[in-house]
Design a binder for this molecule. Sequence first.
Ligand SMILES: Cc1ncc(COP(=O)(O)O)c(C=O)c1O
Length: 379
Amino acid sequence: MYEIGQAEIDALTKVINNRQFMRYRGGEGGFAENFEKSLCEKFQIRHSLTVNSGTSALICALAAMGIGPGDEVIVPAYTWVATAMATLAVGAVPIMADIDESLTIDPEDIKRKITPYTRAIIPVHMGNQPCNMDAIMALAEKHHLLVCEDACQACGVMYKGKRLGTIGHIGALSFNQYKNITCGEGGAVLTNDDRYYERALMYHDAGCFTRSHASTIKEPFFPGVNYRVSEIQGAILGEQLKRLDGIMADLQANRKIMAEVFAKTDLFQVVTHHDPANAANISGIFHDADTAKAFAEKHRVARIIESGRHVYTNWEPLLEQRAFHPQMNPFNWAHRKIEYTPDMCQKTLNILARAITFAPPYHVAPEVVRGNAEKLISL
Ligand SMILES: Cc1ncc(COP(=O)(O)O)c(C=O)c1O
């Protein structure tokens, strides 16, 4: 959470005074609907659908594109575990691909991981760091694959003139407490595809065939779940969205200062950025793991390898291929035996053991940002 205050309190007061919490009970023009309209406008996208988490957004996105049993979905070996779990939730299996020195999925390894059963790629923009979307979209086109961008950790970040999450066939955002904008728990599906939007709408709301908007839907109705948001989330998000560009501008300005300072050191290399003009984050890669470890200990920061369930080796329930019911186990529906081993993405482990993320601070005076960055490289 970067910023929250009176504007959100005022919006919530209105929701409470209205005594209307469910988004589809109040008719047109509710808070959730208005947020979606503003999100579409700001992100220059045809459709957005607010849901109750980023995980739900990923699941809706995959369901919308018809990904399911027998399908393989390529995900990075470095991401929050929910990316891979969303794949399992629709009955498909995740295939882990290495990251490269940009700390995002390596297009070369995506190529190697494609099989006749691959249907989709989920590039994940980790910690506001965009993936190499040009290369990924070209690969997807060549191999007839669908792209679901996981922009859960990068809401608002631009990549070559477009917002992350709006470049692939469909995208997912998260609004949980740690994200660029937040309502505690929440997410959104983004797409320019009318059909995918209708299918996501249906899936997120028990098939939505009883709603007033059902008459506008051209797809045959299928059953869904309940991933709806309430007007409480819609009201907070409406105000958070107004703050987003200011938050991004501040992070970018501080990142720029840090990059200027870090350019002077040989201690580590600043991580390659796929769109440096819009960079809102900064990480460093050290020559070897021991140097990175010593630096991390001295400055009381963590190496990325220590970031728990962001690293595939810590996804035990998934690596063990367990499911809540043996007959609902997507690994039984795969067209080939899927084997996971702890060293299957060794390149990722090697990079993460040498990498540290220095998140640019928010609302800190430029001279303090510069001074802290200088301290990091001089001590
Ligand atoms: C990369 C990534 N994908 C998906 C998610 C899932 O989002 P949520 O926690 O809102 O379900 C997260 C959340 O931390 C994330 O970081």
